[in-house]
Design a protein. Structure first.
Length: 384
């Protein structure tokens, strides 16, 4: 997990500044959107690249009452770091660390019979019940229990509960297309979710929380909030999809600012090839700036010849290929000093590009841009 205590010189090369004040403000905005529901701060994958432990702490300070991760290892790491309260994790494989999860007081997701059997066995060994959240596949077609298999899973969960092996703490699901306004699958999934919840409750399941909403649903579909919303990307100040609106439209502010110090500035003649493959050739005499970040740091190679960078108040673009550790920008004759800060993305209100801008250039989503920033880039947490 990235921490702020990287080698002292590293922030000079590049840094991802994480504005915990912005994160806390975003959590408050999201809580106001989902009044009456608990907010689960989704901090999987090192908090989408922002640093799991400090972001989890900041989210709790701002009123989140649950933390969510994909893997049990991520959840156990949060607990080991001293994070209190409810922590849920949902991506298990056979043999997963069930017993450690039970002993660490995690809420574990169960999508099928094999997992229910394993968690029950682990609870028997641990001598205490596991907190289990049954996941319904209401149409995403990924993890979760199919409607046809739901009666068997619910029945077995009730038996395990009666035997004192588990407590069913939640019934939950996940949307496929909540970021596409009006997509017919949204209403279909919601209907299916209500039916599957009703089935379980009629048979005696008493969940503490029922939940299906991710960031786009939290922001735009109040009827999906139920008892809890699970927000990831919006908490980091990024809109789930430009189609839904900008972060500012929702009162959100991007949390991560990625920057680097120019490693070299030099004059070159016209006709000079730049970087591997010479896909960029200078059109005349110019200056080139070397940015010491590459695809090993998570700068997508698809940003070659297009990724935007703010240097000395001017927007520049990646010239030629992004290499493993560095890329070049054409400075058009300007001569900023080596060491000048190049801002790849940030909140956007200082003229710098945003992670969404990089996503557009690379044909991907902003989730991927921030999450893939590599471990070689120190996260510097500010406004803690
Ligand atoms: C099960 C689950 N819930 C919630 C989220 C949070 O989604 P978002 O980042 O769109 O809020 C994710 C992330 O993909 C997820 O896998």
């Amino acid at each position: 997990m990235n921490e702020t205590s990287a080698v002292p010189t590293a922030p000079l090369r590049a840094r991802a500044e994480i504005d915990l004040g912005a994160l806390r403000a975003n959590v408050r905005v999201l809580r106001a959107r989902a009044e009456g529901a608990h907010l689960m701060a989704v901090v999987k994958s090192d908090a989408y690249g922002h640093g799991a432990v400090p972001c989890a702490r900041a989210a709790l300070e701002a009123g989140a009452t649950w933390l969510g991760t994909a893997t049990p290892e991520e959840a156990l790491a949060l607990r080991a770091a001293g994070l209190p309260g409810r922590i849920m994790c949902w991506l298990w494989v056979p043999g997963g660390p069930w017993r450690q999860a039970i002993e660490a007081d995690l809420d574990v997701a169960v999508s099928g019979m094999w997992a229910l059997r394993e968690v029950g066995d682990a609870a028997r060994e641990a001598g205490r019940p596991a907190r289990v959240q049954l996941k319904a596949d209401t149409g995403l077609g990924r993890n979760g229990c199919q409607p046809e298999d739901w009666p068997e899973l619910v029945g077995a969960a009730l038996e395990a509960e009666a035997a004192g092996l588990i407590k069913v703490t939640g019934l939950w699901s996940h949307f496929a297309c909540a970021d596409e306004p009006g997509h017919p699958s949204i209403a279909a999934q919601l209907t299916r979710f209500r039916e599957m919840v009703a089935y379980a409750e009629e048979r005696g399941v008493e969940p503490e929380v029922r939940h299906i909403a991710n960031s786009p649903a939290t922001l735009t579909l109040p009827e999906t909030h139920f008892d809890l919303v699970r927000t990831g990307i919006a908490m980091y100040g990024i809109s789930p999809s430009p189609e839904l609106g900008t972060p500012a439209d929702f009162g959100l502010r991007p949390v991560m600012t990625l920057s680097a110090s120019l490693a070299l500035v030099k004059g070159v003649p016209g006709g000079h090839g730049v970087s591997y493959g010479h896909h960029y050739v200078t059109s005349g005499e110019t200056t080139l700036g070397l940015v010491p970040l590459g695809y090993a740091d998570g700068i997508p190679r698809h940003a070659s010849d297009g990724g935007p960078v703010l240097i000395d108040g001017k927007l520049r673009t990646v010239a030629g290929r992004v290499a493993m550790d560095q890329f070049v920008v054409d400075l058009g004759g300007d001569e900023p000093r080596p060491g000048t800060r190049a801002v790849l993305f940030g909140p956007g209100d200082g003229g710098e590009p945003t992670a969404e801008d990089w996503a557009q250039v690379c044909g991907t989503i902003a989730y991927e841009i921030v999450t893939r920033i590599g471990t070689r880039v120190p996260r510097v947490h500010v406004n803690g």
